[in-house]
Every structure is written in C-alpha cells, then in structure tokens.
Design a protein. Structure first.
Lengths: 343, 208
C-alpha cells in the first residue's frame, strides 16, 4: 500500500481536481435531473364484475372487460406496447402533432413508453404514472392513457356483446322454427285422432307435447340470455364498479419522481471518480517505480551508477540498428550487419 | 571522425571509466532481456580496443541467447563452452575481429559444458590473462542466474545494464538480490536521455 499512498500524495492536487470535476458534474446532473422531473400519478380501484354480469365466461375478451388489479396492470402494459395506443394517447395531449416523421415518431413513442409506468399496489389497487420534464404534460398523459384505455375496453365490450347476441339470435331463430314445426305436428295429430287414443297413440302425443314444451322453455332461456348479453355490459358501465379512479392525476408543482434517476447519476459519478482516481494512482505508481534517470539509481543501493550510455537518435530505427552497425564494425564480413538487424 | 569512431564514441564514457578504474575483466548482464546488454558489451569492447594499447577479448557467455556469436556468424564454431570442456585450445578458438586489438570468443557448443566456478577461474587465470581486457556478455540474471553467478565473483567488475524509463525497479532489486551480498554490481544506465543526436547521421555512411 505504501507506494500507492505515496503516489496519491504526490498527485493529490490532480486527484482532487479530477474528483471535483467528475463528482461535481455528477452532482450537478443529479440535481438537474431531480429538479426537472415531474411525475403525475393516478390511483385506480379495480374489481371483477359479478359472474352474473359476465356475458359469456368463455369469451376471451372477458379478461379485458373485467379484471382485478394485476390483470388491469397487465392490460395496460400490453396496450403500452402498441404504437397505435400511444399515438391515440399523444393525440389527446398538448404533444399532439409534435411526433414528427417516422423515425422521430418511433423514438418519441419509445421514450413515452419508458416514461409510462403502471404498478399494482394491492389486489384491487393500481397506479398509473408518467414521468416527464413538464408537469402539465405528465398529467395530460396519464389522463389520456386512462381515456384511451376506456375507449379500447368499451370497443372490445361492444364487439363481444354483438358477437354473443348474434350467436343467441341464431339459436333463437333455430328454436322458433323447431317450435313451429312441433306445434304443427301436435295440431295434425289432434285433427287425425278424434276418439279415445290407444296406448301407443297416447304415448306418441305425449312425446310431441314434451318436445314442444322443451323447445319453448329453451326459447325463453335464449330470450333471457339475449337480454342479459345486452344489459350486463351496460350495467357494468353504469355502475363503474370494475374500474374506479380514486385519485385523479394532478399537475405537480414541486419535482417528483426524480429521486431514483438522480441517485443513479450520483452513484455512477461517485464510482467513475473512484475508478479514475484508482487508475491514476495505479498508473502513477507503475510509472514512478521505473528507472527514471541517473537520480533513480540511488534507490538501488548498494549498487551504484557506474556510467550512462546515451540514447542514440536513429531516426526511428531503434537499438538493433546500433548493434547491427557495431557488429558490422567488429566482424566486418558481409553478413554481420544483416544478421544482427534481422534479429 | 569516421562513422565507426562516432558510433563507438557512444560507449567512450563507459570505456574510459573502465580504463580509469583499471578493471581487466568486466561482465555485462541485466535483470531482464531487451535491456541492451549485448550492444553495450560489444560497444564497450570496441571502445576499449580503440582506447587501450592492448588487446581486448570479447567473450560471448550468453548461454541462453548467444547473439554475439550469431552476429559474428560463428554459430557452428568452437568457443568458450568447448574450451571449458577442455575440447579446444583457446588460441584455436579465438577469432580476430576486423578492428585492431579486438579478439572474439564465441559461445561454442553449449551442450558440452556449463560455466562453473572452477572452470571459469582457470579460464580467466590462463591464457586469457594475456589479453589486456576481457569483456564478457552474460545472459539476464533472472532468466539465467546459473550462467551469471559463477562469473560474478571472478570478474573485476560486473555491470548490470538497465534501460532508462523502462526497467521496473522491483525487478532490478530482485535481480540484484539474486547476485547475493558478495558481488556488488554497478549499474550502467542504457539509453539515457543525454543529447547524442549528432551520432545519428553517422549511422548512414557505415550502413551503406
């Protein structure tokens, strides 16, 4: 440790200046990040609609229409992945028309995607937030995201309802045709059999009436389902119980949400300064621990400096050129110089 | 001044100090490879040969990387190892360099012998003594400690060549510690930042 401490003492002013520069820049950046970050957040209460109001349990859109907190958070995250959703969101804010060309739009949407955040706070509670440089834009983005999400869910609900209603209508039409056919068969049977009926005829008549009763019951059930398919989503909409915004997004007047990025910047600056300082000390120590000149030889006592051999400027040809020349002088045959130069 | 003279002038300071110190046998080693040991040994031998009126024997004792032997094109020739293994007379193994008063002893067949204290002692006390100065090129201490230590106690002076601004001090300390307390090597600082730019143009005429 001794040599390193010695180097650190030797370069203390340089180290101090470097650390002041790196750490100072980091602190300034962190402060700037903190003071220019505004986060708007909406707190939302969600719950599942009663099963009776579910249009069709097998409908894949059910989870979109009615979910608990994690399902809603998942839905938000999926929506954020869609550029069309983000475009719709931006279109409802002051940023409308600022997305620019395709490349710029892609970049802007990616940036917005990073800044939108949904978090589950409990089984039925979630928050939706947007972090930006402008407090009013942050609020607008949250409000717009909620509105577009509502719009998308409503569209999905209408589609699901119309599909289910269509299915039930077809089943109803089929049932009505069946009922009419059975009614006609019963009437024909009654017309053809005036007197007392045999056991076989009585049994046939009972079968026809039973089948007619069953079809009529089925028709009643289908009419009920059709009514429910239309009414249930409307009831869910009216009650608003499955998605309630408890706290609306506000336009923050003081910085909010910038603590984490600022802390990250400070940490990076501190680490970078420390690493640079360590590198400087390491390199300084390694360089200092070499023979820097005749004065350094004193550190090799009891060995003493006997003489110095000056460096010869050889126009970049290096030490081996000198040896090649010397070899040529000493062993003056044709190959001496080239042999030495070749090594 | 000729190009060769200008080149050897780089090592004049070192050679003059060796001459002034009266060392008759010197060795050059380093902590790591790539410090310029061989270049320094060769340059010093050339300078000493020019400086002294007696012969200088340049010995390639680098068992790990015998660059001087390769420079002289004497890879297959007999040399120090053969002499230590008593397989050849010194006179027959020596190669006279193109410079006056400079002889060269290649490393020889390294497989036949390794440098031992006794063998080197008799080598230095033998006919080698007839040469005014012996300059030995040695391998790096940390890589070839076994090839350096026998020389350390026998040579008049062992020099550790270090490269300015490049050699890590902990490595040098480790290398010096390997030599032990008996040998007190001295440092030759290579490629020191001393103005020698005027030597650069001198390289061209020699090369051509």
């Amino acid at each position: 440790m001794g040599p390193y401490l010695k180097t650190a003492r030797r370069y203390r002013w340089l180290l101090g200046a470097m650390l002041a520069l790196v750490w100072g820049a980091g602190l300034v950046a962190a402060y700037s990040e903190y003071t220019t970050t505004f986060e708007s957040e909406a707190i939302i209460w969600v719950q599942r609609a009663p099963p009776q109001l579910a249009g069709n349990p097998e409908d894949p859109n059910v989870t979109v229409v009615q979910t608990a907190a994690s399902q809603q958070a998942s839905l938000f995250n999926q929506l954020f992945l869609a550029d069309s959703f983000l475009r719709d969101v931006v279109a409802r804010t002051s940023l409308n028309g600022t997305l620019g060309n395709a490349v710029q739009e892609r970049k802007a949407l990616d940036d917005i995607r990073k800044r939108l955040r949904v978090q589950t706070l409990g089984t039925n509670l979630l928050s939706l937030s947007f972090t930006g440089r402008d407090a009013s834009i942050a609020r607008e983005m949250v409000d717009a995201a909620l509105a577009v999400r509502g719009q998308r869910v409503a569209q999905a609900r209408v589609t699901a309802t119309s599909q289910i209603s269509g299915l039930y209508q077809k089943q109803l039409a089929l049932g009505q045709a069946q009922a009419l056919d059975l009614q006609r068969q019963v009437e024909e049977f009654d017309q053809n059999h005036d007197g007392p009926l045999s056991d076989l005829e009585q049994r046939r008549r009972d079968q026809l009436r039973l089948a007619l009763d069953y079809v009529q019951i089925r028709l009643g059930d289908l009419r009920g389902r059709i009514d429910q398919a239309v009414l249930a989503p409307a009831l869910v909409d009216v009650s608003g119980s499955e998605f309630q915004i408890l706290d609306e997004a506000r336009e923050e007047t003081v910085p909010r949400g910038g603590v984490k990025p600022a802390a990250l910047l400070v940490t990076i600056a501190l680490a970078a300064g420390a690493v640079l300082a360590a590198l400087l000390v390491l390199v300084g120590t390694l360089l200092a621990d070499r023979l820097a000149g005749p004065a350094t030889v004193g550190r090799l006592a009891p060995a003493r400096l006997f003489a110095t051999v000056p460096r010869v400027g050889t126009d970049g040809r290096g030490k081996r050129d000198l040896r090649a020349e010397l070899a040529l002088i000493a062993f003056e045959d044709a190959g001496a110089g080239s042999r030495a130069a070749g090594r | 001044m000729t190009g060769a003279a200008q080149l050897t002038r780089v090592f004049e300071g070192l050679a003059s100090r060796i001459d002034a110190s009266g060392f008759r046998s010197v060795g050059f080693t380093s902590a790591l490879s790539g410090e310029g040991t061989t270049t320094t040994a060769l340059g010093t031998a050339l300078s000493l040969a020019a400086l002294r009126d007696e012969t200088v024997l340049l010995v390639d004792a680098n068992w790990l990387q015998p660059s001087l032997t390769a420079d002289a094109g004497a890879e297959k020739a007999g040399g120090l190892a053969d002499h230590l293994a008593t397989r050849g007379e010194l006179a027959g193994l020596l190669r006279w360099a193109s410079r006056p008063r400079l002889a060269f002893l290649p490393v020889g067949d390294r497989a036949v012998a390794r440098p031992s204290l006794r063998a080197l002692s008799s080598f230095l006390a033998g006919k080698v003594a007839s040469h005014g100065t012996v300059v030995v090129d040695l391998p790096p201490i940390l890589a070839g400690e076994a090839f350096v230590l026998p020389w350390a106690g026998l040579l008049d002076q062992l020099f550790v060549v270090l490269r300015e601004g490049a050699t890590p001090l902990p490595v040098v300390r480790q290398a010096l510690a390997r030599l032990g307390p008996s040998a007190t090597p001295q440092i030759v600082l290579n490629r020191a930042a001393v103005a020698a730019a005027d030597l650069a143009p001198a390289l061209h005429p020699v090369r051509v």
